[in-house]
Write a protein that binds this ligand. Structure first.
Ligand SMILES: Cc1cc2nc3c(=O)[nH]c(=O)nc-3n(C[C@H](O)[C@H](O)[C@H](O)COP(=O)(O)O)c2cc1C
Length: 216
């Protein structure tokens, strides 16, 4: 990553509330790696984004709740975001989808055009990867550029060694994945032509309908 530009700011959070969460451990490790790679990290807790179940009547009566206001603020304050999410019943946790739904009610809609990297950790042999495919759906629907490669840590309950992943090849892959994501997000921030390239990559003609940019 070029060092002449301001460091990229990356919001990271785990979608688990558990004190001994494997996903929180993974996201903390990601934050340390990103710092070494030159990024400025904003490590958040899912508790900061706590919201009641989405209710359109409550939204009309009292507006968007504080937890979603906080997620909105942190999305805007950073250049990109990373979520480490548990897999619950082959999908994403309900509390994460609920937080995304509330936060998507802001205009301009804050997920649009942002770069995201998804990761998961699970004791299972699939590492929670199916949950990430479900998480891609609302994020891509909202216009987030979800990085194609995702990192899922299998047998995560015995995969960590102190402050790294015990398996050297996996640790290297983890760091490479983060570096590649950072490079793309950095290019998108400093070289706006990448936005056009991304849209063309999706096979869409650049322009207002494809850009999915809300009127302020
Ligand atoms: C309701 C529920 C459903 C789960 N479903 C899955 C699943 O489909 N796939 C999987 O790999 N693990 C599943 N698990 C196990 C979680 O991956 C495991 O509890 C993991 O440690 C949760 O993430 P955390 O450690 O970050 O809290 C499930 C756990 C719960 C509580």
């Amino acid at each position: 990553m070029p060092t002449s530009q301001a460091p990229l700011r990356v919001l990271l959070f785990s979608a688990s509330l558990r004190a001994e969460s494997l996903n929180t451990r993974l996201v903390r490790l990601a934050a340390r790696v990103l710092e070494k790679q030159g990024a400025t990290v904003d490590l958040a807790s899912m508790r900061e984004f706590d919201v009641p179940s989405y209710d359109g009547d409550a939204e009309t009566a009292t507006g968007i709740p504080l937890g979603a206001q906080e997620l909105h603020r942190r999305l805007l304050a950073n250049d990109a975001f990373i979520i480490a999410s548990p897999e619950y019943n082959a999908s994403m946790p309900g509390l994460l989808k609920n937080a995304i739904d509330w936060t998507s009610r802001f205009r301009p809609q804050p997920f649009d055009g942002r770069h995201a990297l998804l990761m998961s950790a699970s004791p299972s042999m699939a590492g929670g990867n199916r949950g990430l495919w479900s998480l891609r759906m609302p994020l891509e629907h909202l216009g987030t550029r979800v990085y194609p490669d995702m990192f899922s840590l299998a047998a995560a309950h015995k995969a960590f060694a102190d402050d790294r992943i015990a398996d050297e090849a996996l640790q290297t892959r983890f760091e490479t994945n983060l570096q590649a994501f950072l490079s793309l997000a950095e290019a998108a921030k400093h070289y706006p032509c990448i936005k056009r390239a991304w849209v063309e990559f999706l096979g869409e003609t650049p322009g207002t309908p494809a850009d999915r940019v809300d009127a302020a």
